[in-house]
Design a protein around this ligand. Structure first.
Ligand code: NAD
Length: 245
């Protein structure tokens, strides 16, 4: 496909290529996206991820999180798309990944500079400030409890109504301002403020390359090269083209 060859040439000659990922990159790891036919919203109510609902109905919220969300997320493994991005980072072809995902799969694949805009479901913390915990310490058959004060823990991902983690936000902002290429993979481009980063990159003259089997809010507004493919097949072709150009 000529878009793959063009994208490979642009990435290879870039000075600072940043990657922006949404739920789509983890679909081939078995984690459903929020939107679309098999999206999380078709199974769960949106209020489950609202901060006020969680604080007021902690046990009910955890029951739903334990029943489906954690079971799927904890057993997911990085797919070839996550692994290829980590390899391209090690080669210096991409410099960082800005992700909307909370599944830890970029880091698990070997990614080093990963800005997790929405936090990480593998970390949990006590709202009384006692301690932080790894999700691997719990079986999620019942809500996880703080070993010191016995209160129910909160996942360290961003609920609706919470601010984004400042360090990730600042890192993503800096990368979006200085990058000359941004590779956008598997995002509808409708969740703000995260979706503002590819737009910021475009304002700063970056070339936007987008991989998504469907058109997104970016495609007809800021995308320069659209690759209408699933993440794994697209990145496998892109890596082959980069290594041979
Ligand atoms: P989304 O659920 O709104 O959209 C997913 C996008 O991925 C769509 O544009 C879809 O066309 C595309 N897609 C589907 N399959 C794909 C594939 N195989 N390869 C490439 N693209 C594919 O996701 P979003 O825009 O990222 O926003 C939802 C929010 O939900 C995110 O901000 C994130 O915090 C959260 N979320 C995270 C996870 C996760 O951590 N894996 C999963 C679901 C939701």
């Amino acid at each position: 496909m000529k878009e793959i060859v063009r994208a490979a040439n642009i990435l290879k000659s870039s000075k600072y290529a940043a990657v922006f990922t949404g739920a789509g990159i983890s679909v081939e790891s078995g984690i459903p996206p929020f939107r679309g036919a098999n999206g999380v919203w078709s199974k769960y109510e949106e209020k489950l991820f609202e901060l006020n609902y969680f604080l007021e109905h902690t046990r009910q919220a955890w029951q739903m999180l334990c029943d489906g969300f954690y079971e799927t997320t904890l057993k997911a493994k990085p797919n070839a798309a996550h692994i290829i991005l980590a390899r391209l980072e090690a080669l210096g072809i991409i410099k960082c990944v800005i992700t909307q995902n909370i599944d830890n799969l970029h880091t698990a694949a070997g990614g080093k500079t990963v800005y997790e805009l929405h936090g990480n479901a593998f970390r949990l913390y006590c709202l009384n400030g006692c301690a932080s915990y790894s999700a691997n310490s719990f079986d999620f058959k019942s809500p996880p409890i703080c070993e010191y004060c016995k209160s129910i823990l909160k996942p360290d991902f961003v609920f609706f109504g919470e601010n984004l983690p400042p360090k990730a936000f600042e890192g993503a902002q800096r990368a979006s301002e200085i990058c000359d290429v941004m590779l956008v993979i598997g995002s509808t481009g409708t969740v703000y403020p995260a979706a503002s980063f590819p737009r910021l990159a475009k304002q700063n003259q970056a070339i936007i390359i987008e991989i998504n089997p469907e058109i997104s809010a970016f495609t007809n507004s800021i995308t320069d090269i659209f690759i209408p493919m699933k993440a794994v097949a697209a990145l496998e072709s892109l890596e082959t083209a980069i290594l041979s150009c």
